[in-house]
Design a protein around this ligand. Structure first.
Ligand code: FES
Length: 100
């Protein structure tokens, strides 16, 4: 029997990866990269602090919130949907194009 989450627990969002449509749960309390690695996805990463851009993916749908003020993306890249999952937490379900 599974227990219901506590009433104030942050939600788990679902990240769907394209082009293969696989998906994993992304708790709002961890970064998208941490959630992907916990799900066994071999997502490329290096610095894990938002500077090297190794992990960069492309959001097709959904929203994230950054844990740092200035992730290593230009305003234009952000506007086009590029994101750095090592420093971004999901704030909705996401559809993401794989970076590799
Ligand atoms: S791992 Fe370096 S920016 Fe994400």
């Amino acid at each position: 029997m599974s227990e219901a989450p506590p009433p104030n627990a942050p939600p788990d969002w679902r990240v769907t990866l394209q082009p293969d449509a696989s998906s994993f749960a992304a708790p709002a309390s961890v970064t998208v990269l941490q959630a992907a690695l916990a799900a066994g996805i071999d997502w490329p990463s290096s610095c894990r602090n938002g500077t090297c851009r190794t992990c960069m993916g492309h959001i097709l749908q959904g929203q994230v919130q950054y844990q740092i003020e200035w992730p290593g993306l230009s305003a234009e890249e952000k506007a086009e949907g590029y994101f750095l999952p090592c420093v971004a937490c999901a704030t909705s379900d996401l559809e993401v194009m794989l970076p590799w």
